[in-house]
Design a protein around this ligand. Structure first.
Ligand code: NAD
Ligand code: MG
Length: 360
């Protein structure tokens, strides 16, 4: 088992990476808290795969153990699912000393985390992320929440977990497209912070794609480290946390224009290609490095363009992002692979359109 310490303003916790669930109970025991009951929240895809094993393990504490299952998918990350989760917590006797276990992808993590943030004004929770995206992204940073009336993640709270327990074997049941989509965030981490990590992703691609435990462990931990460093320097998203938006400015616009029919990581992949082109236009990002990015995305099976859209429509859509404060577009860009910065308002419409045109 490998571990990573995460230091946040409100909490210190560990991310553990293993290839089974055998150390979950010892890890929870190590928190040294006397939980009164355990509530495992997962969606209807993950419940039949992993919930029983977790419930059985937790039963070893000799306290009440309950499973809560909700219908999968982003479209269910909403208030009515939250109501059902609150109702289940009440019926199952959850109190201030209960532990919520978020088991599943980012949707389970965001919802179970938000339930934990709000139930009885906040109770403890742990994350057991089972998608690549949740293992390297959504389970870190303390953001929890739900969508509301078509606005993504508009209702939420910051709430840090007690522990994140990653079992790489869960990736074996994950649909391949979801795995590939998660790779986009990982490549993003390398692009914004770590050139040596980019080399690693190039060199180890076959073992990554074969789900080799050792390589996955190094990769997941390095990504967690990068995300948690960026976040801990900026916990409430006022400045440099926005570097994590590399590829996301255009990516989110594409995601919305495609009506969420493409996976998030696919849109981020295309957005990163656009950001690389913009970086070359604005900051002298070497074209050879942009080509390396393109080749790496392609090798991992990620898309490079979205021919169904026009640059003009994506440009318009950029201004509909809740992160577009005022009317200034902020782009995370790269000087070199592994070296990123935020560009505010210095890019012209023509430059942006030209970069977008290259991914249409
Ligand atoms: P998801 O939770 O919907 O999981 C994707 C699909 O995989 C689902 O159908 C799920 O049932 C299934 N699944 C999960 N684990 C599986 C496994 N091991 N085997 C088989 N199937 C499995 O989506 P996601 O991509 O994990 O997360 C996306 C969500 O994360 C979005 O709602 C997004 O807003 C959120 N997010 C949050 C943060 C944050 O900081 N809190 C960051 C990024 C994304
Ligand atoms: Mg993302």
């Amino acid at each position: 088992m490998q571990r990573l310490d995460v230091e946040t303003k409100s909490k210190h916790y560990e991310i553990l990476v293993d290839q089974d669930f055998l150390d979950l109970v010892p890890a929870i025991r190590g928190l040294d808290k006397d939980f009164s009951s355990y509530h495992v929240v997962s969606d209807d895809n993950v419940t039949p795969l992993y919930q029983r094993e977790i419930l059985d393990a937790l039963a070893g504490f000799g306290k009440p153990v309950h499973g809560v299952t909700f219908p999968h998918g982003e479209k269910n990350k909403n208030l009515s699912t939250m109501e059902a989760i609150y109702q289940a917590l009440i019926e199952n006797g959850a109190d201030r000393k209960s532990l919520i276990v978020a088991l599943g992808g980012g949707v389970a993590g965001d919802m179970a985390g938000y339930a934990a943030a709000t139930y009885m004004r906040g109770i403890a929770y742990i994350q057991i992320p089972t998608t690549l995206l949740s293992q390297v992204d959504s389970s870190i940073g303390g953001k929890t929440g739900i969508d509301f009336n078509g606005y993504k993640n508009i209702i939420g709270a910051f709430h840090q977990p007690e522990l994140v327990y990653i079992n790489t074997a869960t990736l074996k049941t994950l649909p391949r497209g979801e795995f590939t989509s998660g790779m986009a965030e990982i490549i993003k981490h390398a692009m914004i912070k770590d050139a040596a990590y980019f080399d690693f992703l190039e060199l180890e691609r076959e073992r990554v794609q074969a789900l080799d435990h050792e390589v996955l462990t190094s990769m997941i931990l390095r990504s967690c480290e990068i995300k948690s460093q960026v976040v801990s320097e900026d916990e409430t998203e006022k400045g440099n946390r926005a570097l994590l938006n590399f590829g996301h400015t255009a990516g989110h616009a594409i995601e919305r224009l495609m009506d969420f029919r493409m996976l998030h990581g696919e849109c981020v992949s295309i957005g990163m290609v656009a950001a690389a082109r913009l970086s070359a236009a604005e900051g002298g990002f070497p074209p050879a490095e942009a080509e390396r990015l393109v080749r790496l995305l392609e090798a991992y099976g990620l898309p490079l363009a979205v021919p169904d859209l026009s640059a003009e429509s994506v440009y318009e859509e950029l201004f509909h992002d809740k992160k577009t404060m005022g009317n200034t577009l902020t782009f995370a860009l790269c000087r070199r692979i592994g070296d990123s910065y935020l560009s505010k308002g210095t890019l012209t419409k023509a430059q942006i359109l030209e970069a977008l045109d290259q991914v249409m």
